[in-house]
Design a protein around this ligand. Structure first.
Ligand code: FES
Length: 110
């Protein structure tokens, strides 16, 4: 199944560098999956966890990473590619109900 990797594009995350981080992540993912057959990268308007940005999520894995910096990207990419257990240091920063709202929206076909 194709995984969707979302990078927050909202104002708070953008102030912390999410636009540049998106481009760096795009280049890294293109190295391992150039035709986007397994991994697709998308921007997301705001996950609602603004104070914990930069936020990245992985669907359908329900992985919600926060406080991401460029230094974390190699770990994130390696983790996604290997289908490894989530990186605990980057998880659990936003409230569970914020995550749940996101998963409900992404799980919905509409
Ligand atoms: S601006 Fe990134 S979660 Fe809201």
């Amino acid at each position: 199944m194709t995984k969707l990797v979302y990078v927050c594009d909202g104002g708070d995350c953008a102030e912390k560098g999410s636009v540049e981080l998106f481009e760096t992540l795009r280049a890294k993912l293109a190295e391992i999956d150039p035709k986007e057959q397994r991994l697709r990268l998308r921007k997301y308007p705001c996950f609602g966890g603004c104070e914990h940005g930069i936020n990245i999520t992985v669907w359908p894995d329900r992985v919600f990473y926060s406080k991401i910096t460029a230094n974390d990207l190699d770990d994130v990419v390696d983790n996604i590619e290997r289908d490894a257990p989530r990186i605990e240091r980057l998880c659990g920063h936003v409230k569970p109900d914020v995550e749940e709202i996101l998963w409900q929206m992404l799980d919905s076909p509409y």
